[in-house]
Each structure stands twice: as structure tokens, then as C-alpha cells.
Write a protein that binds this ligand. Structure first.
Ligand code: EPZ
Length: 417
């Protein structure tokens, strides 16, 4: 199994360019099959999740052409057939084929395995939305059959502003008859990116990015060109790396106002940032003080940045408190950071952790348990004294386009062995 080897302590100088957003592109690609013609998407990140989705499109007889950062998808000859466990288990975002196939064919036959390292991650809200649009659902051992004689618009209230449920319901509703209103919808920037893509094809979606989204069903969706927004989680990860090791380090091709909560917290800790229109420069590393963070839905502090922020907080003087309100099991990386010298306590409910800084981290062997947990170990390796080896790195490569190359470029000693 390949591993990442890092020699810690090297200052980082230069420019890191952020790629297209994983959590947008993994919805845009399934959404493309709603189109009755060819679509083209640019700024596609080079991550394994994209390849896994392409395999599902190929399985459905849709054609894809990848060329320097763009993907062209033609689903005019698509065949609606069962999506196997083998194909769907590769990534959770395979569930977007539920909304897309329901929207296009009114029938879905696919396996979908629930849960993952950070939590149970049920899809009850997705299914509630499909039923309210007129679909009948049978599920047996993760095998879902979802079908509707016809899809009719309806009012759908989400008990929790779920990103996945908001997008999946949108995909099923764009071709439903009449009007759908999604109340208490998620407001993440990726939702806006999908809605704009669908509107570029001729859909009628209003309110994306707010808590109420209105969709008027249409019959036909035409060809269009669209761009993936910059990945705010990748950008935030590099911002935190810059705060720890940067000397005139520029994080480019990002959208600062997608990271308001992180920027506020890093500023509170004492990080010196120059914030531009589409970039942020960290001039030099300072001494940082402890801050408290609480993960919330957008625009609150992103849960996907909590684990990497935990590594940063080990370098802040004093006691920092982390409250993880979105997932029930997102502190596993701390157990690995402990092996490197981090000091913390986790409350019995596994929702609150207190980190004591400033800790001296020493390189050792650690294993990634999930994507962002792996990223937090990589950041720890970059600052630790000596050498760190990270195992199970496929998690990391799923969500960070060319992370080894991007960090090597600015002076990190990091390689895949
Ligand atoms: C998306 O997952 C992201 N993944 C996650 O990023 C991110 O952590 C999450 O949104 C929250 O921001 C993708 O976009 C591919 P949710 P999603 O539905 O849509 C509960 C990463 O590292 N819930 O907003 O699955 C659920 O259990 C990944 O890039 C239900 O109870 O997140 C969770 O506790 C990790 N029932 C909470 O809502 C449902 O039907 C947030 O889930 C759906 C969700």
C-alpha cells in the first residue's frame, strides 16, 4: 500500500493554486445526465472521486471525454440499469445518481452503502423528498428501487439543512410537473454551483444559497458549459498550513468569502493574512493563542475543516475547545495526533474536545481514518520534528488534487513511497 512520507519543519514560500471543489463536482457529474444533450464542465479537479463517477457514467452508457481540466458528458444514449454495489460503494456522492436517474427516468435501481468513519450518515431526508415528489421506495440490504409513475412538485421541509438531501431533491425536481419548494435547505456554495449549472441547461431554480429553494419543473434541458467553483475546503486546508509554515505563501484561485468563519478564527488566533479578491497571502508565522470553534452548517465553521483546524490548535498557546455539532465521530484523528505528542481531552459524548497547546509534535507512523482526518495528519507531519509516515492515503488523494506536487512546489519535503 502506498504511503506518504514527510520530513517536517520546512518553511513554505510561493503560490499554491486551489482546484475545483470536490463537493461540487461530485454532484455536477451526476446532474449532467439530466441534460438531453451534451454538457461541458471546466475546472474539474484531478481526484479519484471524479474517476469513480466516470466509471458509473460509463456503466450507464453515457460517454465522457476528459481534456486538461474539463469533462464533456453526453448522456443522449444513456441506459437506465442497476448501479452495482462495486460501483456505488467507492464514494458516498454516488447517491446523487438517485436524484438524477429519478429526474430523468422516474426509476432508480442502485445499491447504496450507508455510513462511514465519521458517522452513520443516513439518507432519510433524501428519501423523504423523493416520496413527497411522488416516488415509491423499496430498500433491502442497501439495494434501493425508487420509482414514480410521474413526479409532481411539492413542498418539502428538511428537518436538517442537509447538503446531500438539498441537492438530490433539486435533481429530482427540475423535471417534475409543477412547483417544488425546499424549506430549511442547505446554503453551502456548492448548492449554488449545482443550481446555476441546471439553470444554464434551462431549469427554473430560484433561491439557491438561501434556506428556501423554489423549482419549477421543465420538460427539456439543453446543452451548456459550466465551471466548478474553487474548493473552499482545500483552500482552507492550505490556509491553515500557511499559518503554520508560510513565509510569503500565497493561496490563489480561491473565494475568501466562502471561508469567513475560518478567516475570523485564524485572525482571532493571531494569524497575519493579506486577503485579496481571489487569494490570501500569509506573510509569516507568528505566535498563536488558543481559540474555540463550533462546527455549524454554512456559513458557520465548516465541519470539513474541523480536523485540520485541530492540528493548528495544537500549536496555539492555551486551551482550545472544539464542538463538533454535525457528525458523531469526527475526532479519530486526535488519537493519531496524540501519538505525535498532541495533548487533548475528548468529552464522553464525543462531541467536544479540548486541545492544550503549544505541543511539540514529533514525526512517527500514523494511519488516516477518513479524508479530512488524513489531511489533519498530513498537516501535523509538515510541522512535526523528524519524519512522519501516513498510511491509508487513498482517503487523502480522494479529496486533494495533486497535494504532493502542490506542497513540494512551495518547499515541503513530502513524497509518496
Ligand atoms: C456533504 O456531505 C459533504 N460531502 C461532506 O463532506 C460534508 O461534511 C457535509 O456535506 C456537511 O457539510 C459531499 O458534499 C460529497 P449532510 P452530506 O447531508 O451531504 C445528517 C468531505 O470530507 N443527515 O449535510 O452527506 C448526517 O448524518 C465530506 O468532503 C441525516 O440525518 O452531508 C450528518 O450528521 C465529509 N439524514 C448531517 O446531516 C439525511 O438524510 C450532515 O449531513 C442526510 C443527512
Amino acid at each position: 500500500m502506498p504511503k506518504i512520507k514527510i520530513e517536517g519543519g520546512h518553511q513554505l514560500t510561493g503560490t499554491i493554486t486551489v482546484s475545483g471543489a470536490k463537493n461540487s463536482v461530485v454532484a455536477l457529474i451526476p446532474a449532467a445526465i439530466l441534460c438531453d444533450e451534451k454538457v461541458k464542465i471546466s475546472n474539474v479537479p484531478n481526484i479519484t472521486d471524479v474517476n469513480d463517477l466516470e466509471n458509473i457514467l460509463d456503466h450507464l452508457n453515457a460517454t465522457t471525454v476528459r481534456k486538461d481540466g474539463t469533462i464533456e458528458i453526453n448522456s443522449s444514449d444513456i441506459i437506465n440499469k442497476e448501479i452495482t454495489y462495486e460501483l456505488s460503494k467507492k464514494l458516498r456522492a454516488s447517491y446523487y445518481f438517485m436524484g438524477a436517474l429519478l429526474g430523468r427516468f422516474k426509476k432508480v435501481d442502485m445499491y447504496f452503502p450507508g455510513g462511514c468513519a465519521i458517522g452513520a450518515r443516513p439518507i432519510n431526508l433524501h428519501l423523504k423528498g423523493f416520496e413527497l415528489l411522488g416516488a415509491k421506495i423499496t430498500e433491502e440490504d442497501n439495494h434501493f428501487i425508487i420509482e414514480a409513475d410521474k413526479l409532481k412538485g411539492n413542498n418539502i421541509y428538511l428537518d436538517f439543512p442537509s447538503v446531500g438531501a438539498t441537492i438530490n431533491i433539486m435533481l429530482a425536481a427540475v423535471k417534475a410537473k409543477g412547483k417544488t419548494i425546499i424549506d430549511n435547505a442547505a446554503q453551502e456554495p456548492e448548492i449554488v454551483n449545482i443550481a446555476t449549472f441546471l439553470n444554464n441547461m434551462g431549469a427554473k431554480i430560484k433561491g439557491a444559497g438561501t434556506s428556501t429553494i423554489t423549482i419549477i419543473g421543465v420538460k427539456y434541458l439543453h446543452s451548456c458549459f459550466h465551471e466548478v467553483i474553487p474548493d473552499r475546503i482545500e483552500a482552507g486546508t492550505y490556509l491553515i498550513i500557511g499559518a503554520l509554515l508560510g513565509k510569503k505563501l500565497k493561496i490563489a484561485n480561491m473565494i475568501p468569502n466562502h471561508l469567513e468563519a475560518l478567516i475570523a478564527k485564524l485572525t482571532e488566533a493571531g494569524v497575519d493574512m493579506e486577503i485579496g479578491i481571489d487569494n490570501i497571502i500569509i506573510n509569516e508565522v507568528k505566535d498563536y493563542k488558543a481559540v474555540d470553534i463550533k462546527t455549524l452548517v454554512y456559513p458557520g465553521f465548516a465541519t470539513d475543516l474541523q480536523q485540520v483546524m485541530a492540528t493548528f490548535l495544537t500549536q496555539c498557546k492555551g486551551k482550545s475547545l472544539i464542538e463538533e455539532t454535525i457528525y458523531e465521530n469526527r475526532f479519530q484523528n486526535l488519537l493519531r495526533l496524540e501519538k505525535m505528542g498532541a495533548e487533548f481531552k475528548i468529552a464522553p459524548d464525543n462531541r467536544i474536545a479540548v486541545i492544550k497547546g503549544k505541543a511539540k509534535l514529533k514525526g512517527t507512523y500514523v494511519d488516516a481514518t477518513d479524508l479530512r482526518g488524513g489531511a489533519s495528519l498530513l498537516v501535523a507531519g509538515l510541522i512535526a520534528e523528524g519524519e512522519t509516515t501516513i498510511d491509508n492515503i487513498s482517503y487523502i488523494l480522494r479529496g486533494y488534487d495533486q497535494i504532493i506536487e502542490k506542497l513540494t512546489e512551495v518547499g515541503a519535503k513530502i513524497e509518496i513511497i
